[in-house]
Unconditional design. Sequence first.
Lengths: 85, 532, 216
Amino acid sequence: MNNAQALKIYAVLLVLLLIEVLAAAFSWPYRNGLIMSVAAGQFALLLLFYLGVYRHKGWVQLFGWVYLCWMLVMVVFILGELQTR
Amino acid sequence: MSAPSYLHKQGLMSWFLTQDHKRIAVLYMITVTFFFFVGGLAASLIRIELVTPNGDLLTADGYNRAFTLHGVIMVWFFLIPSIPSVFGNFLVPIMIGAKDMAFPRLNLFSWYLLLGGGLFTLLALLLGGVDTGWTFYTPLSTMFSNGHVVAVICGVFIAGFSSIFTGINIIATVHTLRAPGMTWMRLPLFVWSMYATSIILVLATPVLAVTLILVAAEHLFQIGVFDPRLGGDPLLFQHLFWFYSHPAVYIMILPAMGVISELITASGHKRIFGYSFVAASSVAIAVIGFLVWGHHMFVAGQSMYASLAFSLLSFMVSIPSAIKAYNWSATLYKSDLTVTAPFLFALTFIGLFIIGGVTGLFLALLAADLHAHDTYFVVAHFHYIMVGAAVAGYFGALHFWWPKITGRLYPQLWGKITAVMIFCGFNLTFFPQFILGYLGMPRRYHTYDPDFQFLNVLSSAGASILAVAYALPFFYLLGSLRWGERAPMNPWEAAGLEWRIPSPPPTHNFEAPVIVDFEAYDYSPEARRDPL
Amino acid sequence: MIRSDEQPAEQFAAWAQQREAARLGMWLFLASEVMMFGSLIMVAWFYRIEHADGVAEAVAGLHYGLATANTFMLLSSSLLMSLALIASEQMFSQPRPLLRVRRCLLGSAVLGLLFLTCKGIEYTLEYREGLLPGFSADSPLYLPSARLFMNLYFIATALHGVHVLVAVGLVLWLWARLKHLAPHQARTRIEMTTLYWHLVDAIWIVLFATLYLVGR
């Protein structure tokens, strides 16, 4: 990664921040989903580019996906249990 | 002229400031032994109290504090660190052909964290302690307990970081410091199980950290997260707690399983049957073990659908464990067996693990758990695994690698006596508890129906045999340091890199750089003696 | 290949190996931190679903303006840390880009401290409003579940704040000691600190959305 790319990612992150704050402040339609998607997008950008995950292939990618899926399972199980009581 | 052993340098500071993984392992060994005896003392109080149906030794509250002390110390300060921090630290670098762990200073820091957390917890427990049980269920721990909840929580929190850092160290070491030629499929199975254990250590313990923070905050500031009056949910605590604590029990058993793979192959002088299956089963246990926590909450008000899912998954998690048991047995078939003390500990493990594991399946069955939950059936089940199996694994490891660690041989006969005593004493202590639970005796009560007394007396009698059996090694193992014969490089004629270096090893483990061009457990078939 | 007299630690054969081990160790630590905050965020969502009305009441009172400023500051500090890391890749060329790296590190640390200051201001405002649990007898919030969510907000942001403090400490220490570190060591430490910083930022991004914005 070079300086120009880092700055581009930063710009996108700021734009996303603006979107989510406006969505919250002005009650845009579907704002909850939009806000969480934006947050997920920012998280993904940080993860992939600043934290550098995009550079890794193979086993690292596999472990990354398994980790994320398993966290998802934890959330689904616990929130699902709550919903089905 | 060979290099001096790692034990050579003298002076207290050389121990307290060491970065040598072998010395740190010895420091851990002393620490966990101390905590084992403290937890054992609490167990003695419990078993003495339970000899009679009435509460004559301890008050109800005192009894609650005793079993809490027993659980907290044994789980977090003995079982979880025992094999990973003692034998994992000592053996993993040597078994992969490395000179030390990846992060030696972090390793030492982990020990200080365990020691600090442990002493702090012990202080809190002795200054009056906590009556909540090691499981800290809410709302008792958050709203009604008048014990030192926050102090004990702090101690456990600190010790949790010891676990996390040990896990990080082991994973990084196995990934980056394997000697040339030491591919993943040539690793000793002990390393595979330490790796799987470390995954659990790193990923599950943080959830415990957060849970403890929430309980402490609730206890101190009544934040309401588990308080129904503020909209909180006590069951959420159980979800969070067991999300860590179920994988935690796999932290306690996986390393022991790794030890058994080593003991069985060394005693049988034969390659393990189905290496890749045993290696994969360690990882499978770690993965599936994260998905079964709800089986502790079947009667807590959990949704039926969740209970169904957890019950099914709990049955599935038994499969990799069963694969290991079958493979160990198959390894012993037509092997060149030498019956040593470590071998007897391995047999103890397999026998007791099977009983414990199968009774776990009874509990995984929703309909049966309805009756067995919170009875002595559960107590017997988990003691069969955690004590019968895991502690047998720890003792087996102690007896197997003692010559390597200390450079001394101990009298085999005493080791065998201890193993047999443990097997008999253990069954006498805990088998009656299955029957008691079936008959309906609830756990965590200091009084019971007089009809249960006979079985309780049997159990306590067994406990006294166990106490002697656990104390015995203290004498002959420590005695060997003074009077034992010097150990050769490979007293068991076992395969593995640790048996190719002197006993005790030099500080940097290997004199010459290690190149691995052999498979794991490369026992030659010709070396097998003719049975006639 | 970079020729250097700098020796890696005893157990490593080369600096590349040591750096890889450090990277793996730090990533594992990050994975454990994500588990910790992930559980906390899941608890927040748990109560969002259970008590949507109480949560809405609590969220309405949160100072999201200050929080937005905080988010901007953390994102900017992440940029500066990335720039520091990129500059540090030149650590073997002459002259060493020490000034550049140190400026970026200092900038990040300052932004981190500003973050903590704003957080402190926010907590003070909330204390004055009587929202802190255990510090005021009566809460202005009507619904009990609103009070619960408010308390969760305090725990989550306080825990995060502690992590920011640690990160700032690490960066300041690095800024002070950079001149005295050998090139390989310097590069490795900058990379590890940057990874940790980005994680603290990433966690805040999710916390900000979950606590302040949704259901406003």
